[in-house]
Design a protein around this ligand. Structure first.
Ligand code: RVP
Length: 497
């Protein structure tokens, strides 16, 4: 037995001491770009992200819709692997096929659908326009479009049919499937359209909306591949990898990641070996999770594209209580960062680190990056947002979204937790998190906060931020002091003062 001569510490146990801020250190000059995969020191990695945030390999988090939104703002999602191989590959394909600015049939109705039903479907999905097809199916014969501007329930009656108020196909300007986004926008402005249906063989394959025009212009950080398709990652496991990896590669996944609560195992090394022997350097596979330098070294030597750090810190995770394994995220990260830097010095190969789990605030993210994480993986953060696949519901007047761990009874992810057959015990919980709005707004705010921290520390890129960061552990007493003596304003009660 051995006891490490340290206390296991979390990210909130540290603060950053500001460095000199110079004139060239402004929000416009700060670059949050980070390498995602292994590369030779001094050379460009095969994949970089402009926003160092990735979404957790979880059912409640990483769906195609979230993956599209996150890639648009410069991050990347990992589609979860707790599903059939063909379903996961279809999710990957959906992201790779996404054409920026082209919306795919969120709401489809039939000419006979009552206007009341059309209004309800549009409200539920927060859309402004529905496609009308002859049979009401997404792949049915295109009949027209109907938007909230085409009818008024009191004036036209909730029972009247959509066919009476729709804009019929014959009078519409449409575009062929080959249209590019700039050509589509040209048609929209030229013909004063609010919506342009893209039609292929009598069926609507997508729509371009004028209201999205501003949004397309602002995705200047998008994570895209050489063919300008959005990038997406996918989780894999060390059991069915011989079938899952080829299917995901075929679907176009840009990067894969072993999804396990404890990655220090020969099974992960064997999976990495299979990927290397089958695809050489062309397929990137991240590995983990680990909490010390030994485990990092093992996976880096086995060929991991990046290594994920963190055991037991996740918001929904009970691994520490159930199995007694884990380590405070700060201690784990500091140890692994040292091993990564030693490995880079010795081998000339840089293996990026992903800080995964338990990042409760934007300042935790800044702290993880200062400590040397290259990018961060978030579950709870993304689960709260519009784009996550989980249900939104109201409890006691507050809006929440469901969020459950991959080790919970609900997820039953045996592959991730190494429990064969039905899981004997749970390592995660099933619950709710406060709803927090759109991914675009949240990521923008988080980026602004991390940028502001970096400016305070006098750094314009993440490498310098890590190199120059001066951290100090904080005592329990100083925590108390920060929150003392001011009675917080309660807006509902205090308003009008
Ligand atoms: P968080 O961001 O704190 O919600 O943590 C997300 C991470 O928690 C995931 O990326 C994963 O490593 C871990 N996780 C997922 N499910 C469970 C569990 O059920 N124990 N843990």
């Amino acid at each position: 037995m051995k006891i490490l001569p340290e206390i296991s510490r979390t990210l909130s146990e540290y603060l950053l001491i500001p460095g000199l801020t110079t004139e060239d250190c402004t929000p416009d000059t700060v670059d949050l770009g980070a390498p995602l995969v292994r590369h030779r020191v001094g050379e460009e990695p095969g994949i970089r992200v402009a926003t160092p945030m990735v979404s957790a390999i979880m059912q409640a988090v990483s769906s195609p819709a979230l993956a599209v939104a996150l890639a648009q703002v410069g991050g990347l999602s990992f589609i979860h692997q707790n599903q059939l191989i063909e379903d996961q590959a279809a999710d990957v394909l959906a992201v790779k096929r996404h054409k920026a600015g082209f919306r795919t049939g969120d709401v489809t109705v039939a000419p006979r659908t009552p206007l009341g039903e059309v209004a309800r479907l549009l409200a539920d999905t927060e859309q402004g326009v529905a496609v009308v097809t002859e049979n009401g199916e997404a792949d049915g014969e295109f009949a027209g479009i109907i938007s909230l501007d085409d009818f008024h329930l009191e004036r036209h009656g909730a029972g009247a049919s959509a066919g009476n108020r729709m804009r019929g196909r014959s009078g519409l300007v449409t575009a062929p499937a080959s249209v590019s986004l700039s050509e589509a926008n040209e048609l929209i402005w030229q013909h004063h359209l609010d919506v342009l249906p893209v039609v292929d063989g009598g069926r609507v394959v997508s729509m371009v909306l004028k209201s999205d025009y501003q949004a397309h212009k602002t995705y200047h950080r998008a994570s895209v591949d050489a063919e300008k398709r959005l990038r997406v990652g996918a989780g894999i496991n060390s059991r069915d990898f011989k079938d899952r990896i080829p299917a995901l590669v075929e679907a176009g996944a840009d990067v894969l990641c072993l999804d396990s609560s404890d990655g220090y195992s020969v099974y992960q090394a064997k999976t990495l070996e299979f990927a290397r022997e089958t695809y050489g350097e062309d397929v990137f596979v991240g590995a983990g999770n680990v909490v010390d330098g030994r485990a990092f070294r093992y996976l880096a030597d086995a060929g991991a594209a990046f290594v994920k750090v963190g055991i037991g810190g996740g918001a929904i995770c009970t691994t520490r209580e159930q199995k007694g394994i884990g380590r405070g995220q700060a201690s784990a990260l500091l140890d692994v960062v040292q091993a990564r830097d030693a490995h880079a010095l010795e081998t000339g190969v840089y293996v990026p680190l992903c800080c995964d789990g338990g990042l409760l605030s934007d300042s935790h993210m800044a702290m993880a990056l200062a400590m040397g994480a290259d990018f961060i993986m978030l579950g709870r953060y993304f689960a709260r947002l519009d784009e996550s696949p989980s249900r939104k519901l109201q409890i006691g007047g507050q809006w929440y979204k469901e969020y459950w761990g991959e080790g919970s009874r609900r997820a039953q992810n045996e592959a991730r937790y190494g429990q064969r057959g039905r899981m004997a015990f749970e390592e995660g919980v099933d619950g709710y998190v406060p709803y927090a709005g759109s991914l675009y707004d949240n990521v923008e705010r988080t980026r602004a906060k991390i940028t502001s921290t970096m400016i305070s520390c006098g750094s314009t890129n993440l490498r310098d931020f890590h190199r120059d960061a001066v951290l100090v552990p904080v005592s329990a007493e100083s925590f108390k002091q920060t929150g003392a003596e001011v009675q917080l304003r309660r807006p509902a009660v205090d308003s009008g003062e």
